[in-house]
Design a protein around this ligand. Structure first.
Ligand SMILES: Cc1cc2nc3c(=O)[nH]c(=O)nc-3n(C[C@H](O)[C@H](O)[C@H](O)COP(=O)(O)O)c2cc1C
Length: 394
């Protein structure tokens, strides 16, 4: 019988999951503390926080996003790391800048990006950052990492996936800059911003401070990140010797394909979504029809371990620990992915929203199957004024 506790709990991460539990200045609330305490006390050994902004102009549209943009926040986050460490678990803070994936209408800050390519979902045309402004944001990442370190986080994870700013620099379809932050003709990707961010974090926090990186292996943009692009990115991360590479998919242009699911929770979308939410009955009916017709058409169906194939490719090009995220729902798949060497670690998001005690259930039954139904109500809740929750805990 598989001994989950002994053999693989160290290889399971709770992947970054937006909490919606901070005040409007980005300070974590009591609920934020209780969330992480609950996960750690229920046997999650590796926790990555939800994406945390590094500067005000990098805030996302989601209400209640946490921020780590000033030293004032250190004692507040320290309470969280202390609580998690009591259970001998590790906690990493995910650092992010939204770039073009936000809206001035919501944040009150002008939208900036790697280049001025419009985001069709957020309907914002960013101002292209100058090289000097890009340098300022790199410094913000470094400062934020330093605050996270002082707050007791075991490391930081740079959010270079899902179409956020670092990803915007990397992706040849989004980055059409002509300066040194543009696409390197040799590798076909824009890796300078990422490289400088990793280096800046290390020079501020020490060379040994763990820097994890989350990336998207591919996506559904009109011109996709190719397999060659992906391999180039893995080689860059290998050269940088980052602490681990978490491999996801997609951008927020079509967020549901990051998560996958079998349907769209249309009523929750109409209640809360930043783009489609409306109270008018007529608009709701029209939008519901449009959702069924257009949004569903572009949906990639959920399948178990749906990003694992990218981890397998990555492992051919690096010895850095690879974390696979996406569609891990049962002990069999988790154990199989790790023991077969397809990846070094797995990370899970929605099962921990549905069942914060998932690790206990897995320990009691190594074949345990999560009750998460991939309905994506939790994802839609990120746009609501309420904290992220499962449809089963409404
Ligand atoms: C409610 C919700 C919030 C999320 N928040 C983040 C986040 O803050 N940062 C991030 O990198 N990914 C975020 N994700 C993506 C997850 O980390 C993960 O990559 C994705 O959900 C696939 O894993 P799963 O199949 O185990 O849910 C979020 C996903 C959901 C559903």
């Amino acid at each position: 019988m598989i001994n989950i506790e002994k053999e693989i709990s160290d290889h399971i991460f709770r992947s970054a999951t937006f909490e919606g539990m901070a005040d409007n200045k980005g300070f974590p609330s009591e609920d934020y503390l209780q969330l992480y305490k609950k996960l750690a006390s229920n046997g999650v050994k590796n926790i990555i926080t939800g994406f945390t902004y590094v500067s005000e102009n990098g805030k996302a549209v989601h209400p209640g996003q946490a921020g780590i943009d000033s030293p004032e926040k250190v004692p507040y986050f320290r309470k969280i790391t202390d609580a998690v460490h009591e259970y001998e678990a590790r906690i990493y803070m995910q650092l992010a800048h939204a770039g073009r994936q936000t809206s001035e209408r919501v944040t009150g800050h002008p939208v900036v990006g790697a280049s001025n390519k419009r985001s069709s979902y957020f309907q914002s045309t960013p101002k292209e950052l100058t090289a000097s402004e890009a340098g300022d944001i790199i410094n913000s990442f470094a400062d934020s990492a330093f605050y996270a370190k002082n707050a007791g986080f075991d490391g930081v994870q740079l959010h270079a996936a899902h179409g956020y700013l670092i990803h915007q620099f990397i992706h040849p379809y989004i980055n059409d800059r002509k300066d040194e932050y543009g696409i390197d003709p040799g590798t076909g990707i824009g890796d300078r911003f990422l490289r400088q961010t990793v280096e800046a974090v290390r020079s501020r926090c020490g060379q040994d401070y763990p820097v994890l990186v989350k990336i998207s292996a591919s996506d559904d943009l009109p011109v996709k990140f190719s397999e060659n692009n992906f391999i180039s990115l893995i080689k860059v991360l290998d050269e940088l010797k980052v602490s681990s590479i978490e491999i996801s998919f997609g951008t927020m242009e079509n967020a549901l394909n990051i998560f996958r699911g079998n349907s769209v929770p249309a009523d929750a979308v109409l209640d809360y979504n930043f783009r489609y939410g409306t109270k008018s009955i007529i608009k709701r009916n029209i939008t519901k029809f449009a959702i069924m017709l257009f949004l569903k058409k572009d949906l990639i169906q959920f399948s178990n371990t749906y990003n694992l194939k990218y981890a397998v490719t990555a492992k051919k090009h690096t010895h850095i620990p690879v974390i696979s995220v996406g569609g891990f729902r049962n002990g069999h798949d988790i154990y199989g992915a790790i023991t077969s060497g397809s990846c070094d670690h797995v990370s899970l998001c929605r099962p921990f929203i549905c069942e914060p005690d998932f690790m206990i259930r897995l320990k009691n039954d190594p074949e345990y199957i999560s009750e998460c139904s991939n309905c994506n109500y939790c994802a839609v809740m990120c746009d609501s004024p309420f904290s992220t929750k499962c449809c089963k805990h409404k």
